[in-house]
Structures are given as C-alpha cells and as structure tokens.
Design a protein around this ligand. Structure first.
Ligand SMILES: [Zn+2]
Ligand SMILES: [Zn+2]
Length: 315
C-alpha cells in the first residue's frame, strides 16, 4: 500500500533522461542523427532553461560521469558483451559515450538544477537481475561522487521500474514512476507505447489524467509518476500532423498547465535531450517554458524539491 499526496499548490516538474548514445545501446542500428545532435541539444536545452530560469531534473546515465574507460567493464556483472557498443577510450575520442563536460555545464548553470541518476549503462531494472541492478547503482554513485555529486532521484531506463528496495539501500529517495490508475479505477492507457502518443494528445477526456499525485511507497521512497513525454516516443515516425503550423503537443501542454494552475498536484513532463533534433523541436520547448513562466501560481520544482516538501509535511 502507498499513500498518495496532493500538494498544496500546483507544481510542475520537468525531468530529462540524459543519455547521449547510451539510450540506443541495445538497438539494432544506432540513430546517427540523434546521437550527432545530442551534445549540442543538451547545451541548447540548458540555455533555454537558463533564459526562463526554470530548474529541471537531469537524470544522467552513470557512464557519462566518466571521462574515460576501458570499454570492457569487467567490474560489471553483464561483462563485455553488454558493453560491446561502448568504444572505451576518452571523452575527446568518443564524446557520445562520455559526458563530464556536459554535467559540468549543468552544475555551472545559475539555475538550480538537480542531477539525478538514469542507471549506469541503461539497463532496464524491471527485467534485470539483482546483482546487475546493484552494480548499476553502485557504479553510478561512485562515478558521480568523483564529481562531488550526490544522487537522490532515479529515473528508470524505459520507465521499467524494478528493484526499489535496492534504490532505498543505495540512498536514493525518489523515483519517477509510471502513470497512475485513473479516478474511475481503470488503468490509464500507456501513451508512451509506439503509435499511442498522438491518440492521447487529441483525447480531450485525458486532460485530468495528466496531473499526478506523488506517493510514498513501502520502502519510504517518494514515487513521482510521470504525466507524459513531450516528444514523440523514440522510433516513432513523426506524424504529418506535426507539420501543421499548430503544434498539437504544445496545445496539449498548455491545456494541462491551465488545468494544473487551478488544481493542486504535479504535472510531470519528461523527454530526452536527444529528442530535439530540428529547429521546431527547440521551438516547442521554448514555447512551453515561456508559457510556464507566465503562469501564476505555478511552482516549478525538481524531483528532490517535491520529495522534500512531502517529507516536511510529515508524510
Ligand atoms: Zn565504458
Ligand atoms: Zn533512457
């Protein structure tokens, strides 16, 4: 059983699954266009957050905290087969697999972002063996500590939740969960499934479903469910509808923000920095941030902030 909490004010969270090439590690073909843009997109997104003074939760793949590796990772139970795409070497040689400089950009920002964890090598926790999940947490923590970063919030690769007891054991305090059950008790359709995303964007009835309530789970971790991803799910072909002057995703986000500002709770948007490859992708984010900034009394928080608020309320 878990307790759900409705916050006193409307809160917006933006979390980013920050992974450069790691998110594609197990895919048949690496999407070169996305990987090529990923570093530049990361910086441009940071600039936009800075322009609108909006803090975000950057859930970073642990391997990106490194600036070099042997490409084999004998210390990891999955061994060299799992890491066969990891080219090893240094950040200068293989910048899509390392990200210390990009993490420093987040730290240098005048906006108070949170740096969280997105596993070490993009292992799906829901189907991983315990020793693998444990190693993923341990290696991430070690790598982050070398940069004086302490990890508190966790985002599961592909939202595949698992090994929550280990999260607790390794000092994490919150995670991004999956969509909750709707008010009438039914499971909300998973809009992140391939092909499903547009349907949800155009379904007016889904509007009150995107506001989520954090809960404290049996391990004492705060589960902050996601509302929805703001870019097409990876691998989706972009719909022609997106070519219209009007951006349907922006429309959906604005409606949700309007709804949120009159209701308490959390709207938890998420995406990958490498989702932004075209100018109009950046345009969408800019328009969202602009709208958020103008909206009163919206509070923009990191996952860590929301967890803190819940704990302070004596949850
Ligand atoms: Zn490596
Ligand atoms: Zn990911």
């Amino acid at each position: 059983m878990s307790d759900r909490f409705t916050l006193d004010r409307p809160n917006l969270i933006i979390s980013l699954d920050s992974e450069l090439a790691w998110g594609f590690r197990d895919e048949k073909d690496l999407p070169e266009d996305k990987i090529k843009c990923a570093r530049n997109s990361w910086i441009r997104i940071l600039d936009l957050f800075e322009e609108y003074e909006i803090p975000a939760t950057w859930a970073v793949v642990g391997h990106l905290f490194l600036d070099r590796c042997d490409g084999i990772h004998r210390e990891h139970p999955l061994g060299k087969d799992w890491f066969k795409r990891d080219p090893g070497g240094t950040i200068d040689e293989n910048p899509s697999w390392f990200g210390k400089d990009l993490i420093n950009h987040i730290l240098d920002s005048k906006v108070n972002h949170e740096i969280g964890c997105h596993s070490f090598s993009h292992v799906e926790f829901g189907s991983a063996k315990r020793e693998v999940a444990e190693s993923e947490l341990q290696l991430s923590i070690e790598a982050a500590e070398k940069m004086d970063i302490s990890l508190e919030s966790f985002v599961f690769p592909r939202n595949n939740v698992g090994h929550l007891d280990l999260l607790k054991e390794y000092g994490f305090t919150s995670y991004r969960g999956t969509k909750p059950v709707s008010k009438d008790g039914g499971m909300i359709k998973n809009t992140m499934r391939k092909g499903g995303i547009f349907l949800d964007y155009f379904t007016p009835l889904s509007i009150d479903h995107s506001i989520v309530s954090p809960s404290v789970d049996e391990f004492g971790l705060v589960n902050i469910p996601s509302s929805f991803i703001i870019y097409g799910f990876r691998g989706d072909s972009r719909s022609n509808l997106e070519n219209f002057v009007y951006d349907p995703v922006l429309l959906k986000v604005k409606k949700e923000i309007d709804f949120l500002s009159e209701n308490n709770g959390v709207l938890h948007l998420w995406f990958h920095p490498n989702d932004l490859t075209r100018e109009r992708d950046f345009g969408r984010l800019k328009n969202i941030l602009k709208y958020v900034k103008e909206k009163d009394p919206l509070e923009i928080k990191t996952m860590k902030d929301v967890r803190k608020e819940i704990v302070e309320r004596g949850a």
